[in-house]
Design a protein around this ligand. Sequence first.
Ligand code: FES
Length: 105
Amino acid sequence: MAFQRVCSIDDVWEGEMQAFPIGGKQVLIVNGDGGVLRAFDAICPHQEYPLVEGALEGNILTCSMHLWQFDIGSGEGVNPTGCKLKVYPIKVENGDILVDLEMVA
Ligand code: FES
């Protein structure tokens, strides 16, 4: 496990998402309803559009390109099903958000 700092917890408020470049990748930090904090590969698995351009409503992330929807709790596709975001382990330490890019769920 090699957790790396991505940003401060204050950079992504509840109900928001932000993409950050780290380790040669774009990591999407999502802070959903009730403080559900997740880290995903920031590129849509459908046709590689940046997910940060989409919308976050509750715990559903909608890609703006073709409106695929994902449950941020699991990263699983809601509409359509059968797809999944790449989920990175995430933790908060001393007010910083850390992500392990080597581990993908
Ligand atoms: S690229 Fe995201 S839904 Fe098509």
